[in-house]
Design a protein around this ligand. Structure first.
Ligand code: SF4
Length: 490
């Protein structure tokens, strides 16, 4: 069984829900995926009580054949460790010790968080590497990469407790891209008055955060306006939100706006961002071949990307980020190579490489073009080549995250030229700082005094529901803020 075949197979699990995530990690290490995507079943795992013991069953399926076995786990044994060892042992007996997931059993969305915890405990770099390799079955190369990335991140996450970041979510887009599952509304289906009323609600939300900061002595040092596509808002609505941020938080050390779609960011919009003090911008081509942009419903041209990039440079944004996606339907290794050659030539300060994670809510999920998604092995080769080209051009990987439905060995990685890292991206990913969030679908995360646990406040995703429930959610946010940072809640 080769790796590609493994990545196409699913596993099924029946047993205590509390152990599902653990079994999922072990199965992912063996190359089986969970999630909603219909894939052929490669393995079925059952865990059930048998008197005082637990009975673990597994059936592996391959090419019309089945291999089944089971064992009893004694009461008092470490259920997680024993079930993991049994599944690995049975897999080896069935298939031999083939090529496994280089991430081992480290299958969470934020693999660097574990490494930071180990660093907090005072473990040396060699001790952490050994833990990752021996205990989590991570390859030495990935362990070293995690160590290097977390070393770079340490100064960003070791910050005073009352420093915070601001996130603002704008769930509007100019059209739905085929691969995207984000629940955005289309700007052009709204009235100008409706969008202005939406902006007024976000402004109220931002001002409420400002008053919390004043009351509890919180200092917002970075802001990020994302979405969706914030720049698709009419200029008066966008200006209202920008002004609220600029007035409430005049001492930001970085302020980013995601202007993902080049068809939404003309010179006047970019100039508006600069006027209020935005200094970082994301220009997201995703890929630089017109045939693919057209297939994906991006509704902009390759030329639009160049024009927007030049405009950003002319207007003096200090950091430009460009997002690309590997594994888009119809995309070839040559396309990704071309993307990287273009980006290395333009030389933006930041580059983010995502891997397509097909989600049930994305139009692509039910679209015939999903058949054109390139095989995992081809995507892996493209990612590795991209990494090589970016490294030669001076980019360093500085943050990463993985996604639930992502093929087992992939990660999304943010690269930066030295000294241009986004502190917001690091803090948001590592969850070591309070993130105050406004706008539909945003989540405020208060970092508790233990430095690890989070208290969250969710804003409704739908803009109308958001406006209806805003007062209630702001009250909830005030209560939790009072609980975390003390003071009285009046
Ligand atoms: S990829 Fe960006 S622009 Fe396209 S639908 Fe998703 S959020 Fe909107």
């Amino acid at each position: 069984m080769n790796t590609n075949e493994q990545q196409e197979l699913a596993y099924a699990y029946e047993g205590p829900p509390a152990l599902h995530a653990h079994i999922g990690q072990v199965m992912a290490y063996l190359g089986y995926s969970g999630g909603h995507e219909p894939r052929p079943l490669g393995a079925a795992v059952t865990l059930q009580a048998a008197g005082t013991q637990q009975r673990l069953d597994v059936t592996f399926y391959q090419q019309g054949q089945e291999w089944h076995t089971h064992a009893y786990i004694l009461a008092g044994a470490d259920l997680k460790q024993t079930s993991k060892e049994l599944l690995l042992h049975w897999y080896d007996r069935c298939f031999g010790q083939g090529q496994r997931n280089p991430w081992g059993t480290l299958m969470g969305v934020r693999p660097t968080k574990l490494v930071h915890h180990l660093r907090d405990q005072g473990l040396s770099a060699p001790a952490i590497e050994e833990t990752l390799v021996r205990h989590y079955h991570v390859t030495p190369a990935i362990a070293q990469e995690l160590l290097a990335m977390t070393a770079l991140q340490r100064p960003f996450i070791e910050r005073p407790r009352r420093e915070a970041a601001l996130y603002i979510g704008i769930p509007y887009c100019p059209s739905h891209c085929l691969y995207c599952s984000f629940p955005s509304r289309l700007c052009q289906t709204e009235t100008a008055a409706g969008l202005l009323a939406f902006a007024a609600a976000v402004e109220e939300d931002i001002r409420d955060i400002d008053s919390l900061c004043r009351q509890y002595g919180l200092r917002v040092t970075s802001a990020y306006i994302g979405g969706g596509t914030p720049t698709c808002l009419p200029k008066d609505a966008l200006a209202r939100i920008l002004q609220a941020v600029a007035v409430s938080f005049p001492d930001l050390s970085e302020w980013t706006v995601e202007a993902g779609r080049p068809d939404t960011a003309d010179v006047a919009t970019l100039a508006l961002l600069r006027e209020y003090g935005v200094d970082r911008i994301s220009v997201n081509p995703q890929t630089m071949q017109q045939r693919l942009l057209d297939l994906l419903g991006r509704r902009h041209s390759v030329a639009d990307v160049y024009t927007m990039y030049e405009n950003c440079r002319r207007l003096g944004f200090s950091v430009v980020n460009m997002d690309f996606i590997a594994g888009l339907p119809g995309q070839t290794a040559a396309d990704m190579q071309e993307n990287m050659e273009i980006v290395c030539q333009l030389h933006p300060e930041n580059v983010t490489i995502h891997t397509l994670a097909l989600k049930k809510k994305a139009p692509l999920f039910h679209h015939p073009l999903r058949q054109a998604i390139p095989p995992a092995g081809e995507v892996a080769a493209s990612l590795s080549r991209s990494r090589q080209l970016l490294a030669q051009a001076g980019y360093i990987p500085y943050y990463m995250y993985r996604q639930k439905y992502m093929a087992a060995s992939f990660a999304n990685i943010g690269y930066a030229l030295p000294q241009t890292e986004s502190q917001y991206n690091i803090q948001m990913m590592e969850e070591r700082q309070t993130i105050l969030a406004a706008g539909p679908g945003s989540t405020t995360k208060f970092l508790a005094s233990d430095g690890h646990s989070l208290e969250k406040v969710y804003m409704p995703k739908d803009p109308d529901t958001y406006r209806q429930l805003l007062a209630q959610r702001m009250a909830q946010r005030r209560r939790i803020c009072a609980m975390i940072y003390g003071g009285d809640d009046t």
